[in-house]
Design a protein around this ligand. Structure first.
Ligand code: HPA
Length: 278
């Protein structure tokens, strides 16, 4: 294990490994309404986030808040079933803490999922999108956090999203006959869904979808040298012209409905990876 582990990561990982000695090769984060994939994990064992030292529990509905170990498509995996969000009052380093832990346990690939609002006018409710870039309105600066920005300017970022995995996701989606969009994810702090004017402004940024998560974990994974693949389920589309509000219940319900298509893509991808171990 990495000798430079921070004591907090060290303690959390020791607790998890004490429950189950485990070396995952893939970590998967399951976002709003997308927790059902955990049911498909074989030899599954779960640990509640609230029991793991230094882990933040999540109070967002549609997020079980547990750490799940087992096998998916023949690969040892760890699933983060639900996530704590910045809008729940936590700092960026707390939102990315679980990624530090799974990396320390050995995971080399992060597959992360979220529910998002469609900004791209071609998107429909229920569409899936693979993320190829992002706009960071969480100001989640990762290694170049506030404490460092004062003394050092950061280089511009290389996108964390692995290009060849994006291509693989497309070819699997085609094989399975599942539509897959590709686009830019804009992360906002929330916790409210957007007003019509905010949706209009976010559309103007050029982003294709908007959500309230994902970037802290993606940036941490990039910093830790992990491959990253991120998907959004478009649970609602930005309503800029008619006064129609987005509710969390709709978002979670749509996540449950569209989730199985996304899960087929992820499982097939892991299957291919299991056949071609690195
Ligand atoms: N805005 C922000 N986050 C979201 C949305 C949205 O419209 N839908 C799902 N998560």
């Amino acid at each position: 294990m990495d000798a430079k582990l921070t004591p907090r990561v060290d303690q959390a990982v020791a607790y998890i490994l004490n429950k189950r000695l485990w070396q995952p090769s893939v970590a998967i984060v399951l976002g709003s309404g997308l927790g059902d994939l955990a049911e498909r994990v074989e030899h599954r064992e779960c640990i509640a986030y609230c029991d793991i030292p230094h882990f933040c529990s999540t109070h967002a509905s549609g997020h079980a808040g547990q750490f799940v170990t087992g096998y998916l498509s023949g690969l040892p995996v760890v699933l983060l079933q639900g996530r704590a969000h910045r809008y729940e009052g936590i700092a960026n380093h707390q939102a990315s803490f679980p990624i530090e832990c799974v990396r320390a346990m050995g995971a080399k690939l992060l597959v992360t999922t979220n529910a998002a609002g469609g900004l791209n006018t071609r998107y429909c409710v229920g569409d899936l999108m693979v993320v190829d870039s992002h706009i960071d309105f969480l100001w989640a600066r990762g290694l170049w956090g506030a404490e460092r920005c004062q003394t050092q300017l950061a280089p511009s970022r290389v996108p964390p999203y692995d290009w060849s995995l994006i291509q693989t996701a497309h070819s699997i989606a085609r094989q399975l006959g599942i539509g897959l969009q590709q686009g830019c994810y804009l992360a906002t702090l929330g916790p409210t869904y957007e007003t019509r004017s905010e949706y209009r402004m976010f559309r103007w940024t050029g982003a294709d979808a908007v959500g309230m998560s994902t970037l802290p974990e993606v940036l941490a994974a990039q910093r830790l040298g992990m491959e990253v693949l991120a998907f959004s389920v478009i649970t609602n589309v930005a309503s800029t012209d008619i006064p129609q509000s987005t509710t969390h219940d709709e978002v979670v319900a749509l996540g449950h409905a569209a989730g199985p298509r996304l899960m087929r893509i992820i499982e097939t991808l892991l299957n291919e990876r299991a056949g071609h171990p690195d």
